[in-house]
Every structure is written in structure tokens, then in C-alpha cells.
Design a protein around this ligand. Structure first.
Ligand code: ASP
Ligand code: MG
Length: 415
């Protein structure tokens, strides 16, 4: 009879040393002993990915992306083979496989490839032989047969995609924090761990800067209805389950995410070719457009002067090292002063956070009292994002977390 399959993922900090690899090997073996078929996805050890990136950037300001993917995928290969060696040393049969060997087929968009299909035949064959399968996270192979990577934090996506393809009973994501918190516990006081959170809320938190889970992985899980368990390695804390049908947060806000750096661009809406220059330029400079908004003045039903027809863009800067070129692009296409430099963002996330006026009004009042200027507001159905100076973002997150009651103990705030 087939055993139930569990897909586990261990993050970079959980495999950062030989000692930690040994610990993870023992945890995996324990799961195997408990009667499961285990597939373990690993990230690169510690800061390996950053170190590899630094080396490439020392050789060229914008390294070739195909070669970069080849290089970065090596980080996970080191971790996977060492882990397989460690498991074998525990007396269990294990085999490590690259993303390509595991059948992770992606688009050809280097550094930001999306998984198109998973053909996990080799993984299934190895499980059939009663082996523990270790898979290199964060990578795949494009249909044009090049090695690709899935974007930072992409090992989560590998794990969820494999869990879906293997029809696994559970997908467990292990890291150095015990689940999902109401905000980043390293920066914000009094954060509470959540027992459960819905897919959309988790996705909104991740997109707004929470590093605990990769946004695309959550989207994948949501599409396939896979429950994700976010847990701390070697801890008995139950962690957080990400699933559907989670009761709403009583205050309307489930959590607060923030980013120290975002691009905020506002100016008179440009015509066709300059609009194209702006939007394409942002992408070429590595910016990720997260929100576009245009408003024309409607008084009297007639269109007013073009200066009142305004375009706003919120741009993610994860892959942008220097804001200078973005600023120059905005100045050129929208006019001088349309780029707000050194801005950051704080987001309130929760189901219904936009339709209920209270969270926004409370937040604006709180920031005003804290003398933190709000330079813009953007929203999506599960998120309200407030643009502030980047160097005030941590303070803003602390003030809002407290004002919205998210620092109350779990039982009250998280039902
Ligand atoms: N090693 C990659 C990164 O640091 C992928 C991952 O950790 O999931 O982004
Ligand atoms: Mg990593």
C-alpha cells in the first residue's frame, strides 16, 4: 500500500552549518520512521545565494542572467547533496535531485521563472524504491532546456508545486521562525503568532514585504487548495497553517507588513509613447510594478487640463540596487519631481480591510500623531499600503501594530 507523502522544505538558516544539516537529516528520518514517504526541498546553506550574487557582481555590473541562474542553482545543489549524505550516514536510503531532475518545468524568464508544469516521475520512482528524496529548491529547467531560478525565496514555491504534483498529504515549510506573526518580530514589539491565516491574506502579506513565505508559493497553494504548515525547525510550537476558510480577524486587520524601499511615482499622465517608455523602462531597470492608478478630474463632466490627469505607480525595488536610473526615467517621462526618493511602505493586511473605513482612518490618525507623513495610499482587495519615508517605516509599523490592537494576546486578537 502507498504511504502518505509529506513534502517538507528547509530554509537556508535551517541548513546553515554541518551541525544544522545533521539535525535536519534526523528530523527527516523521524518523519520517515513515522510511516511517511518524505520529499525534502532545501534552500542554499545560510547566505550562500547572496555570496554567489556578490561574486558575480564583482565581475560585472549586470551579470548575464543565464549564467547567473547556472551559478545560483549551485547553492541548492550543495545543500541537497550534503543533506543526502547526512541522511545516508543515519542509515537511511536517500537520493538528491536537481530541480530539472525533479521535473520542474519553467518559463525561460531567467531569475524570475514561473513554474509551468511539474513532471515528478523521477521523484515518484525514487519514492517507490522507498528512498527519501531531497530536492534542490528555487530552480527548474525551461522548456528551452536552460537552468532557471524562481526568484528570491523560491524554494517555497518548489515545495508547494511538488506537494501539488505528488498529491501530498501536507506541505511543511520549516524556517527559523515559528510560523507567521502579526508583523516582523525582529522589528515590531509585541507581535503575536497566528494559528491560521487565509491564502489571500498570506499572499498580500508576502507581496507587501513579509519574508516568512514566498508570495508565489502561496498563490500556487491557493490554486491547488494545498494547506501549508509554516513551522520552526526543531520546535514543538504548532506554527501557522495557511488554508482556506479562516475566520476574519476581529479588527479587520490580520497583520502589518512593511518594506524599507519602494518606488513611488506620481505625475501628469503621459501620452502613448511616453507611457510605454515609462512602463517598459521600469521593468528593464528591475522594478516590479505593483499598482497603477490614474485619475482624471471629473468636475462638470468635462476633462480638465492635463495636469489634473494624474498617474501613480507603486514599484517594488527588490531587484533594484540604485534608485537613480528610475528617478531619471520618471523625470524624463512624467516631468521633474515625479519620483519620490527614499520612500518605504507600510501595509495593513486583512480580509475586508479596504471596505471597512476604520482601519485606514485609525492608521492615518496614528501616523499623524507620530508626525509621520503619508505621501500616498495604494490598495488591493486585501491590503492598504501607506507610502512614507523609508527611514520611518519601522516606527510606523510599530505605531500601527499597537494602535490596531495586534499586540493583544492571541486569544483576543486572533480568535
Ligand atoms: N536560496 C534562494 C534565496 O536565498 C532561494 C530560497 O532561499 O528559497 O533566495
Ligand atoms: Mg536562501
Amino acid at each position: 500500500m502507498n504511504k502518505p507523502i509529506v513534502v517538507q522544505k528547509y530554509g537556508g538558516s535551517s541548513v546553515a552549518s554541518i551541525e544544522k544539516l545533521r539535525t535536519v537529516a534526523r528530523l527527516i528520518v523521524e518523519k520517515k520512521r513515522a510511516g511517511y514517504d518524505v520529499v525534502a526541498v532545501v534552500s542554499a546553506m545560510g547566505d550562500t545565494t547572496d555570496e554567489l550574487l556578490e561574486r558575480a557582481h564583482a565581475l560585472a555590473p549586470t551579470p548575464d542572467r543565464r549564467e547567473l541562474d547556472m551559478l545560483l542553482s549551485a547553492g541548492e545543489r550543495i545543500a541537497m547533496s550534503l543533506l543526502a549524505i547526512a541522511i545516508r550516514a543515519e542509515g537511511f536510503d536517500a537520493v538528491s535531485l536537481t530541480g530539472s531532475q525533479s521535473g520542474i518545468i519553467t518559463t525561460a524568464n531567467h531569475a524570475q521563472a514561473r513554474i509551468m508544469e511539474v513532471r515528478p516521475f523521477r521523484v515518484q520512482d525514487e519514492l517507490e524504491r522507498d528512498r527519501i528524496v531531497i530536492v534542490a529548491g528555487y530552480q527548474g529547467v525551461s522548456y528551452t532546456r536552460d537552468v532557471t531560478t524562481l526568484g528570491r525565496g523560491g524554494s517555497d514555491t518548489t515545495a508547494v508545486a511538488l506537494a501539488a504534483a505528488l498529491d501530498a498529504e501536507a506541505c511543511e515549510i520549516f524556517s527559523d521562525v515559528d510560523g507567521v506573526y502579526t508583523s516582523d518580530p525582529r522589528v515590531v514589539q509585541g507581535t503575536q503568532s497566528m494559528p491560521a491565516i487565509g491564502y489571500e491574506e498570506m499572499q498580500a502579506l508576502a507581496e507587501a514585504g513579509a519574508r516568512v513565505l514566498n508570495a508565489e508559493a502561496v498563490e500556487f497553494a491557493r490554486n491547488r487548495g494545498i494547506a501549508i504548515y509554516a513551522r520552526k525547525t526543531s520546535s514543538s510550537h504548532p506554527g501557522t497553517v495557511i488554508r482556506r476558510d479562516v475566520p476574519k480577524a476581529p479588527s479587520g486587520v490580520r497583520g502589518i507588513a512593511f518594506e524599507a524601499r519602494v518606488g513611488w511615482i506620481t505625475g501628469p499622465t503621459p501620452e502613448g509613447s511616453r507611457l510605454a517608455e515609462l512602463l517598459e523602462g521600469v521593468r528593464q531597470l528591475g522594478g516590479r510594478i505593483r499598482h497603477i492608478h490614474r485619475s482624471a478630474d471629473a468636475h462638470g463632466g468635462a476633462r480638465q487640463a492635463s495636469s489634473e490627469d494624474t498617474l501613480c505607480l507603486l514599484v517594488g525595488l527588490d531587484e533594484v540596487v540604485d534608485e537613480g536610473p528610475l528617478q531619471a526615467l520618471a523625470d524624463r517621462t512624467l516631468g521633474a519631481g515625479s519620483y519620490w526618493p527614499s520612500r518605504g511602505a507600510v501595509s495593513l493586511v486583512g480580509e475586508g480591510v479596504v471596505s471597512d473605513p476604520n482601519p485606514l482612518l485609525n492608521a492615518l490618525e496614528t501616523l499623524k500623531r507620530g508626525a509621520i507623513a503619508v505621501d500616498g495610499i495604494a490598495s488591493s482587495s486585501f491590503r492598504i499600503t501607506l507610502i512614507t519615508m523609508g527611514n520611518r517605516v519601522a516606527e510606523a509599523a510599530n505605531l500601527l501594530h499597537h494602535a490596531l490592537g495586534l499586540d493583544r494576546p492571541e486569544t483576543e486578537a486572533q480568535l
